[in-house]
Design a protein around this ligand. Structure first.
Ligand code: AMP
Ligand code: ZN
Length: 113
């Protein structure tokens, strides 16, 4: 299995998990860009947002709901947070297993770089 995030799902590679259910795990980003930087991923491999199909609506919703819940648990929901999916090269996607970035704990610039 060559996909890094599939290896995190299988337990092959350790991660600092903050949330897990049957379909989703979330863990701290190894190179955090904000005081809270978590990645929420589906356990099932999906390479990019371009590969989503009708049946994937629920899993995408679960990723967003997990991110919102984690921001709430960390006490950062009211201050605010950002969620980002990077898709393909120009957006800077480096791991080709979809992941929702959750960033919080500092003022985040807009527009993004
Ligand atoms: P992206 O550039 O949107 O594909 O994001 C990939 C993210 O995965 C980056 O923010 C990396 O810091 C993060 N990352 C890479 N390897 C690991 C790992 N082993 N554990 C946690 N996060 C990782
Ligand atoms: Zn994968």
């Amino acid at each position: 299995m060559s996909c890094l995030f599939c290896r995190i799902v299988s337990g092959d590679i350790p991660a600092s998990k903050v949330y897990e259910d049957d379909d989703v795990i979330a863990f701290n980003d190894i190179n955090p860009q904000a005081p809270l930087h978590v990645l929420a991923i589906p356990k099932r491999h999906i390479s990019t947002l371009n590969d989503l199909v009708d049946g994937d609506d629920a899993i995408v919703g679960k990723l967003v709901r997990a991110a919102a819940a984690i921001a709430g648990e960390k006490g950062l929901a009211e201050r605010g947070y950002r969620t980002v999916f990077n898709c393909n090269a120009e957006a800077g996607q480096t791991v080709f297993h979809i992941h929702l970035h959750l960033l919080a704990g500092r003022r985040l610039g807009w527009p993004p770089g």
